[in-house]
Write a protein that binds this ligand. Structure first.
Ligand code: HEC
Length: 330
């Protein structure tokens, strides 16, 4: 090694040289000849009262003009009279069965949630992005999904006479919407539009926790809060006043599997269903993710081992140079 061959004295010598050099530096300030000539005129200009006064006036004028144009200064914070409920009460974090890295959706809950959606929410909310076939293998069998689709009439056509006709639904059809268009939906809900629920879990801050809190969070407005006629108080909804009334009440639906249909049970099930609708790839995504982590960490370990194995002899070898000895003696 190079360092081992250098004597420790060499370092000490270098260190003392660096220390001693600083003491040689002159302590007086250097004044360059070129700067001294103009500095007198400049300094007297800077120190004059006229300059001071005009600069102050210019600054005050600029600020006044800016605030006249834009109202406030950009670096001053504004204070508003606001209330927590303007932003909506933050929902608590619920222990969803599917929230862990290794957890899939609770599919029995998706099935119950579909029933709640169909019997309650579907009266007002559409679910445009979900087709009957999407339920197959997730919450229902093919025959069940087909039977449910056939109960709905869809418009199809045109036929040979150029006329549109009605036919029973097929697996490829999408969920029927309660209203033909937005205007009809607004007209049926006192001007408020019930949003499409396909992606609602992803479209709202707080996701599943928020929707669950919203559905179960209807309470009487606190003292001093006025709610307009036809609106309902819900602390989780931003602003506090929501057009949708409370829709879930104990025993509203009757589950096939005998689960007691309490308000919170129905809310949990319908939110699980809507979470699935927003993320149908969820289970597959986690499975693929785990596979990828296992595969890539194995490959990483292998490549680390191979690299050290191959480079070990190269990095540890010692190259010696033996100069040819001059045999003639010159
Ligand atoms: C009687 C009609 C009606 C029913 C039934 C109904 N909703 Fe609504 N829903 C509305 C209306 C109207 C709005 C719009 C509220 C607003 O913007 O003030 C709404 C809004 C929502 C929102 C969006 C809230 C937000 O943050 O913007 C969600 C989520 C929701 N409903 C879920 C459901 C679920 C789940 C069900 C079934 C359990 C359901 N709704 C049943 C009428 C209904």
């Amino acid at each position: 090694m190079l360092s081992s061959r250098l004597s420790t004295g060499a370092f000490r010598k270098a260190g003392s040289m660096a220390a001693s050099r600083s003491t040689f530096l002159p302590s007086t300030k250097v004044r360059f000849a070129s700067s001294s000539s103009s500095s007198n005129a400049f300094e007297s200009f800077m120190n004059s009262r006229a300059t001071l006064a005009s600069v102050s006036l210019f600054t005050a004028g600029t600020i006044a003009w800016y605030t006249h144009l834009y109202g406030t200064l950009p670096f001053l914070g504004e204070v508003h009279a606001s209330h927590l409920s303007d932003e909506g009460l933050h929902p608590p974090k619920y222990p969803w069965p599917h929230s862990g890295y290794f957890d899939s959706f609770d599919h029995a809950s998706i099935r119950r949630g579909y029933q709640v959606y169909r019997e309650v929410c579907a009266a007002c909310h559409s679910l445009d992005r979900i087709a009957w076939r999407n339920l197959v293998g997730v919450s229902h069998t093919v025959d069940e999904a087909r039977a449910m689709a056939e109960e709905v009439e869809y418009q199809d056509g045109p036929n040979d006479e150029g006329e549109m006709f009605m036919r029973p639904g097929k697996l490829a059809d999408y969920m029927p919407a309660p209203y033909p268009n937005e205007e009809a939906a607004r007209a049926g809900n006192a001007g408020a539009l019930p949003p499409d629920l396909s992606l609602i879990v992803k479209a709202r801050h707080g996701g599943a926790d928020y929707i669950f809190s919203l559905l179960t969070g209807y309470i009487d407005p606190p003292a001093g809060v006025e709610i307009r006629e036809g609106m309902n108080y819900n602390p989780f909804f931003p602003g506090g006043a929501i057009s949708m009334a409370r829709v879930l009440f104990d025993g509203l639906v009757e589950y096939d599997d005998g689960t007691p249909a309490t308000t919170s049970q129905m809310a949990k099930d319908v939110v699980t269903f809507l979470n699935w609708a927003a993320e149908p790839e969820h289970d597959e995504r986690k499975k693929t993710g785990i596979k990828a982590v296992i595969l890539f960490s194995t490959l990483f370990a292998l490549s680390l081992y191979t690299k050290r194995f191959k480079w070990g002899p190269i990095k540890n070898r010692k190259i010696l140079y033996n100069p040819p000895t001059d045999k003639t003696g010159h």
